[in-house]
Design a binder for this molecule. Sequence first.
Ligand code: AP5
Length: 221
Amino acid sequence: VIIVLLGAPGAGKGTQGDFLIEKYNFTKLSTGDVLRSEIKLNTDLGNKVKEIMASGALVPEEVVNAIISTRLTADAINNGVILDGYPRNKAQLGFLLDHLRKLGMEKELLVLDISVEEDELAARLTGRRICKACGASYHVTFRPEQQSGICDRCGGEIIQRADDNIESVRNRLLVYRKETQPLLDEFASIGNLESISGMRSAEQVKAEIQKIIENKEEKSL
Ligand code: AP5
């Protein structure tokens, strides 16, 4: 199966993706995580996308499509893969569908759209903190670390993401509305879209997603 986690910045795609990895042993392919690790390693690609990401704009097509074509393999899909943050516009959707067609795996697609109101998204993003070492995600109010500034999981330093300031957040939400939201109609017409309200606790969202996945598994048996 290939699960596309759709939803605005801050909707909880990363949080739910991590739950799915734990529960089903799926792998997660997050274009944002791949790009952030390139920035951290100071590679040419990292330097090319650093400013773009900090501003909240989308990085060029060819960069993210190359990430997908090398990492989204038939083996990964057979084991279960979660796509977090891709596709983000119509051109990327076209590329993904083409890629799956070539692999003969278009039927493996399940799209989960997590919807959250904009005020809540802004509060989640500006309050988010992450571990510099392992990437674990926290929130100053909703999910604080146990010891201030220190990651519960690995003891690493807790920092704020470069694009979690209010200006970049506004821009990310604009880009989402203009470029990514229109994909909902496209996925609905393909017939594999499930909509989930993200205006609940992360645990409640997780329970609903599990139900959807288990229903799909039962149907395909
Ligand atoms: P990316 O890394 O994909 O970020 P994003 O889409 O902006 O999404 P986020 O990671 O910010 O949010 P999320 O939905 O994962 O929420 P989370 O679970 O962390 O992209 C970053 C940038 O990379 C882009 O702007 C672009 O520049 C570039 N990029 C990436 N992919 C690209 C592509 N395909 N094409 C072009 N450019 C691309 O949750 C957020 C916070 O809320 C956390 O603190 C969490 O603890 C909390 N939270 C989660 N769920 C709940 C809940 N139910 N209740 C209360 N709090 C919650």
